[in-house]
Design a protein around this ligand. Structure first.
Ligand SMILES: C[S@@+](CC[C@H](N)C(=O)[O-])C[C@H]1O[C@@H](n2cnc3c(N)ncnc32)[C@H](O)[C@@H]1O
Length: 291
């Protein structure tokens, strides 16, 4: 089977460029925008108090371009200043709900190798948010694609089952949850939790805020299938595009810093893609996939 994949890098400002994309055309938006007041010298910093107003016109476009079955995952983390955590991410969640998004889930990225450090009033920060938003309650989700090995605990725990292990054991608090431990016998993989334990290292990328490939990879597998379309409106070094391409998804990235656009192009080119220039943008079409 021969497939042509389209990887499009748009050099420009998401606030404008998103308007060029078609309604209901994207299956997954996966992105890490500039966090408030971060990296002011690299690509400007939006003040925490201005962040919601800055983001809402962008998310309005994201809402328009996302398919009703699609998902929007936002990687973000507020920092602490003057002894307090900033509240702009919480305000953003509420504003996005008012804009029409459903706040479906919050995943945690546990950074296994975060910087060591000590502060008088807090411990080192070892996690970031991945906020999941949807347009509708029913959306595409391919849970089997992210199953994980059941783990060594199962060997001993499942060797000898008690009587209660073999029937559904309902939670005592009346929550309606219950488990039948015997269901796990002979299984070697299980569904993961909403906590992702990933290292922060990002290869030798020349971008100060690149996330590890494993992060978009997990969500692309969970929310898309081959030939679906993935969008990253803050592409940075292009991690999302690289992973989408590797997993045979079409991808669109928007990036405002020309050096980063060049970096994405170079990276994709070295991975043997053909380059076609269109307007100020670059459309990269991958030739042939053979099964
Ligand atoms: C947190 S970084 C993304 C890093 C990316 N996930 C990676 O793995 O390399 C945010 C990126 O958004 C870009 N950016 C900031 N404002 C933008 C805008 N209005 N439109 C498009 N890109 C923008 C920045 O230049 C920066 O590269």
């Amino acid at each position: 089977m021969n497939e042509t994949l389209r990887i499009q890098i748009i050099y420009g400002d998401s606030r404008e460029e998103l308007k060029q994309l078609a309604d209901n055309s994207i299956d997954l938006i996966f992105t890490s925008p500039p966090y408030a007041d971060r990296r002011v010298h690299t690509y400007g910093g939006v003040k925490p108090e201005d962040y919601v107003a800055w983001f809402l016109p962008i998310s309005e476009q994201l809402l328009r371009v996302l398919k009703p079955t699609g998902t929007f995952v936002l990687n973000i983390k507020e920092k602490a200043e003057n002894g307090e955590r900033s509240t702009y991410v919480l305000e953003l969640i509420l504003a996005l709900r008012k804009q029409g998004w459903l706040w479906t889930e919050e995943f945690v990225w546990h950074k296994k190798n975060c910087y060591p450090g000590k502060w008088p009033n807090r411990f080192r920060d070892a996690w970031e948010r991945l906020l999941q938003f949807n347009k509708a309650k029913k959306f595409n989700m391919y849970q089997d694609a992210v199953k994980v090995p059941i783990g060594d605990w199962a060997k001993d725990r499942l060797k000898k089952l008690s009587e209660t292990d073999q029937i559904r054991d309902n939670a005592r608090n009346g929550s309606g949850f219950g488990k039948n431990v015997s269901n796990w016998v002979d299984r070697d993989s299980v569904y993961p939790t909403n906590v992702l334990h990933l290292a922060t290292e990002c290869g030798n990328k020349n971008h100060s805020a690149a996330f590890p490939e494993a992060l978009p990879e997990w969500f692309i597998k969970l929310f898309t299938q081959e030939k679906d379309v993935v969008l990253d409106p803050f592409a940075g070094s292009g991690t999302t595009l690289q992973v989408a391409k590797r997993l045979y998804r079409h991808a669109i990235g928007i990036e405002i810093v020309p050096e980063y656009v060049e970096m994405i192009k170079a990276e994709l080119e070295t991975k043997e893609l053909q380059l076609f220039e269109s307007r100020a943008n670059y459309e990269i079409t991958q030739s042939q996939r053979s099964d």
